[in-house]
Design a protein around this ligand. Structure first.
Ligand SMILES: Nc1ncnc2c1ncn2[C@@H]1O[C@H](COP(=O)(O)OP(=O)(O)OP(=O)(O)O)[C@@H](O)[C@H]1O
Ligand SMILES: [Mg+2]
Length: 273
């Protein structure tokens, strides 16, 4: 069974105003258990909007459907999505609380999807769970459970955000350019951690990146978005045969065909009866 099914997902922002945007124009996507999908596409293609729909930040337009493990979650509130969807954002500040300690942040992460709010219960068993999870990322954070997160570096904070997102093994992990603000070396470290954790917990993952090389090298499937649509969906074997140049060509071709379609439509209209 698919972990995630998106059917005819559309999203319009600022409807009926001069700022109206069709951010998503009918996206269909099925993600299998353990799929690790990299998502690329130009600015404004609709990648983050798609992740927001999966995370339940807002629902799609009527007619669209979001199924997780076969259950229709299209209209569920965001906090209800939190029990099976976890996310790491581009900015380390968004996913972690600066004025709380590492263990307090992890406690909150563990309670994700609960309604109780901010009751932070830390006992010995939990502390061990946190230390074990942190020791696997190899940054020494397990010895710093009482450290305020605001004092960590961006890379350490993003690695922590990753551990927080995955500590209760969600069904779906959403990564939205989560290494984009890090320096190249730290980005590589966090990327390798991501690959390790996704593989270890066999999590179904959507990872948005602007880096085509990374999109080709990681995961078992590659999706390319353009103007609110999926214009390319490559399997692992197709992906392995391509290099960055091929991908750029594939993009131009797929995007170009779309324009050609529009032109055909337009010329039909203009030609009249
Ligand atoms: N909350 C919002 N209100 C109004 N318009 C929005 C909102 N969120 C996104 N949009 C618009 O929807 C379109 C898609 O945005 P989205 O953030 O999904 O793109 P993206 O593919 O993530 O781009 P980037 O690579 O720049 O992050 C853009 O035109 C954007 O301006
Ligand atoms: Mg985005």
């Amino acid at each position: 069974m698919s972990v995630l099914e998106l059917e005819n997902i559309r999203k319009v922002f600022n409807r009926s105003t001069v700022d109206e945007v069709n951010a998503l124009n009918g996206v269909d996507l099925r993600i299998k258990e353990r799929d690790f999908v990299t998502v690329i596409g130009s600015n404004g293609a609709g990648k983050s909007t798609l992740l927001n729909i999966v995370a339940g930040v807002f629902p799609p337009e009527r007619g669209g459907k979001v199924l997780i493990h076969g259950h229709d979650v299209t209209r569920l509130e965001e906090f209800r999505h939190a029990s099976y969807v976890a996310r790491v954002w581009q900015e380390p500040e968004v996913g972690t609380a600066a004025n709380l300690t590492i263990e307090e942040n992890l406690s909150l992460a563990l309670m994700r999807g609960w309604r109780r709010g901010l009751r932070i219960a830390i006992n010995r068993k939990r502390r061990k769970l946190f230390a074990d999870a942190l020791s696997q990322i190899g940054l020494g954070l397990e010895d710093r459970l009482g450290t305020q997160v605001g004092t960590l570096s961006g890379g350490q904070r993003q690695a922590l955000a990753l551990v927080m997102a995955t500590i209760s093994t969600p069904s779906i992990l959403l990564l939205d350019e989560h290494i984009a603000t890090l320096d190249p070396k730290t980005a590589q470290t966090v990327l390798e951690l991501t690959d390790m954790i996704v593989g270890r917990d066999q999590m179904s993952t959507l990872m948005v990146t602007h880096n085509m090389e990374i999109a080709l090298r990681y995961g078992n499937r590659l999706v390319m978005m353009h103007k609110g649509r999926i214009i390319l969906d490559l399997s692992e074997s197709e992906k392995n045969r391509l290099d960055v140049n091929d991908l750029v060509c594939a993009f131009s071709r797929a995007a170009g065909e779309e324009f050609t379609d529009d032109n055909v439509l337009l010329s039909d209209v203009e030609a009249g009866p």
